[in-house]
Design a protein around this ligand. Structure first.
Ligand code: GLP
Length: 243
């Protein structure tokens, strides 16, 4: 894993956008993996500034695969991740809705839907560039501490701390945050050819410090990335406070 420290979230967003551009524009990657949450927002805004108005942008023909989707939110709910990513990024980039894919959290058989999602990513050629945020307990996507590194997409139970963290997207009401989600597994994520992990702000200083002083361990899911040769961790000064 390569680590780059930058002064602030805007600089991290520009550096992440440079890496995404290198994958899509220079290397011709056609499948991007997108994360929700606040960490990639500066990156998305920067990419929209650079390419959003270009009718010939290569981004218009990428396929985007989401990391995860809540189970149990009604169709049309604004916090469904498929809706969030369209609102925050793909619509402004001119990516057609049918090119934005997520695990089918409405399926009657969620295990089958999980297997189908991994198979769909493989059929698309695998993720060329994956963006990731870090949960404060070290989770990536919704892989909570203790999730086996060899798991594919699966039904994930959200920890109480993750539900508290995400309550801010549900008007501060923890009870409204779903208890389960379909999440890409660590094994799914590690198949991406390149990965950019974004961690900014003092809220992430503790988990960044733990990640960079640890060996790979299922107790801290993000440590699965330490031995992925194509992973870059971008942090700002505030998130680097414990290094
Ligand atoms: C959520 C998401 C993750 C995200 C993480 C960090 O639980 N499932 O994909 O990376 O939290 O969120 P944030 O970027 O808002 O700090």
């Amino acid at each position: 894993m390569n680590i780059h420290r930058l002064p602030d979230p805007a600089a991290v967003g520009r550096a992440a956008a440079d890496l995404v551009d290198a994958a899509v524009l220079d290397r011709g990657e056609r499948v991007v993996g997108l994360a929700t949450g606040s960490s990639p927002l500066e990156t998305y805004a920067e990419l929209v500034r650079r390419h959003g108005r270009d009718p010939h942008s290569p981004y218009r023909s990428v396929d985007a695969y989401l990391l995860d989707e809540y189970v149990g939110l009604p169709v049309g709910h604004p916090e469904r991740y498929a809706a969030v990513i369209r609102r925050e990024f793909t619509d402004a980039m001119g990516v057609a809705p049918h090119r934005v894919h997520g695990p089918d959290a409405d399926a009657p058989d969620l295990d089958e839907a999980s297997r189908a999602y991994d198979a769909a990513i493989e059929r698309a050629g695998g993720v060329g560039m994956q963006l990731l945020g870090l949960g404060s307990d070290g989770h990536i996507a919704f892989n909570a501490p203790g999730t086996p590194f060899d798991a594919g997409t699966h039904v994930a139970t959200l920890s109480e701390s993750t539900r508290r963290d995400n309550a801010r997207f549900f008007g501060g009401d923890v009870a409204s945050v779903p208890r389960t989600a379909l999440s890409q597994g660590i094994a799914t994520i590690l198949r991406a050819r390149s990965i950019v992990v974004i961690a900014t702000g003092a809220r992430k200083a503790d988990v960044v410090g733990r990640l960079l002083s640890s060996e790979p361990t299922e107790a801290l899911p993000a440590t699965a990335l330490l031995r992925h040769p194509g992973t870059v961790l971008l942090i700002d000064d505030a998130a680097a406070a414990h290094l």
